[in-house]
Ligand binder design. Structure first.
Ligand SMILES: *Cc1c(COP(=O)(O)O)cnc(C)c1O
Length: 398
């Protein structure tokens, strides 16, 4: 039977009934080790007892009142995020793209409020992904997402990452901000070096530009710091986060310094659902766990272990895996074979991983994985690689 759903997704022929920790149980009862975590969303795995308790408790009290009223759970989550980061203020949305829309509008409004409405252009990096709304596809600059959807939203200029000359040339009197992912996720786990981030911060300061960090995928502990930019010792002016922040509940946030947010006065921006009590209760519960003593240390330790084991796997199967990239539990395998073939073969070995640009396979496990989960995943990756390796297949045929 044909599906009643708009066919915009190329879905795997597989669905799940329940999950527990890093494991998913398919409709046919098969167990899958989940190293995709719903694209870095299920940061605490599936059915985490603390999140289930927070959600069900709030569900019995109040779901939604709208932003016409104060929302104490949101005040609390905003305060906690502000206390844990560079930011002074938070705006809650429902997705990464919406958090980025808020960031883009805020950067433009900052200059307009300062008497420079002509400064509205934003420089982004090639290979970027910032979402699928009209403005964020223009920001991402990828033709495959832009073409056929009418005039491209004006005001985005793109340069290759780490190209000083191109960046200098792209910045003009109309430039408002620079918008970057500290590690490109969809783009293929391309890490922007810490030195480069520091250079970009200095450049923004010099030119009066705002630095926007899109931490939708890298944030909320994914790299072993609460936010990935912390590794470089610099801070953005505006930052978006989403994916992991609701642990599976749709939630995004745009965080900013008070200065960067100076234009965003009452009535300038809004969303009906953003920051509702249900989302805020879950967001607070996620933070309870991520901010607990030792949690980020656990991410760093298991991330390092996984990376070492992946490097060993690359050494054994160089005709399948060219390189290992990424930080913490945001790791990528640059493939010598087709990355989608790799993902399908891993799925056959009951391991879920995710393709990315640049022929990369992404490993984005729940941050709560154990060392045993790491070993299990690497065994399944070994089966996957052995099944795809031309050399291994030749040896087996002899
Ligand atoms: C996923 C992602 C987005 C878009 O988030 P949605 O919730 O799908 O709108 C934006 N930026 C980055 C870096 C992402 O990884």
């Amino acid at each position: 039977m044909t599906s009643a759903l708009l066919p915009t997704y190329a879905r795997a022929p597989l669905s799940f009934e329940r999950g527990e920790g890093a494991w998913l149980v398919a409709s046919d009862g098969e167990r899958y080790l989940d190293f995709g975590a719903g694209i870095a969303v299920n940061a605490l795995g599936h059915a985490h007892p603390h999140l289930v308790a927070a959600l069900t408790e709030q569900a019995g009290k109040l779901w939604h009142t709208s932003n016409l009223f104060e929302i104490p759970e949101g005040e609390r989550l905003g305060r906690r995020l502000v206390d844990a980061t560079f930011a002074d203020v938070a705006f809650f949305a429902n997705s990464g793209a919406e958090a980025n829309e808020a960031a883009i509008k805020m950067a433009r409004k900052y200059h307009a409020a300062g008497g420079h409405p002509e400064r509205y252009r934003i420089v982004t990096f090639e290979g970027a992904f910032h979402g699928r709304t009209l403005a964020t596809i223009a920001a991402g600059g990828q033709a495959k997402y832009i073409e056929g959807f009418g005039p491209k939203v004006e005001g985005f200029d793109q340069v290759p990452p780490c190209d000083v000359a191109a960046l200098e040339a792209a910045i003009g009197p109309e430039t408002a901000a620079l918008m970057i992912e500290p590690i490109q996720g969809e783009g293929g786990l391309r890490v922007i070096p810490h030195e480069e981030l520091r250079r970009l911060r200095a450049l923004c300061d010099e030119r009066g530009l705002l630095l926007i960090m899109d931490e939708v995928q890298t944030g909320v502990g994914r790299t072993g710091k609460l936010f990935a930019h912390e590794w470089s010792g610099i801070a953005p002016d505006i930052m978006s986060a989403a994916k992991g922040i609701g642990g599976g509940f749709p939630l995004g946030v745009c965080l900013a310094t008070r200065e960067a947010a100076r234009g965003m006065t009452a009535g300038t921006h809004g969303t009906t659902f953003g920051g509702n009590p249900l989302a805020m209760a879950v967001g607070n519960a996620v933070l309870d766990v991520v901010l607990a003593d030792g949690f980020l240390e656990h991410v760093r330790r298991t991330g390092l272990l996984l990376k070492q084991k992946l490097a060993a796997l690359r050494d054994r199967f160089p005709d399948v895996i060219e390189a290992v990239r990424g930080e913490g539990l945001m790791l990528g395998l640059k493939c010598a074979v087709s990355n989608t073939a790799f993902v399908a073969a891993a799925r056959a070995a009951r391991l879920l991983v995710i393709p990315a640009g640049d022929n990369v396979v992404r490993l984005l496990p729940p941050l709560i994985i154990t060392e045993a989960d790491v070993s299990e995943a690497v065994e399944r990756l070994e089966t996957t690689a052995a099944g795809l390796s031309p050399a291994a297949l030749r040896r087996a045929a002899e």
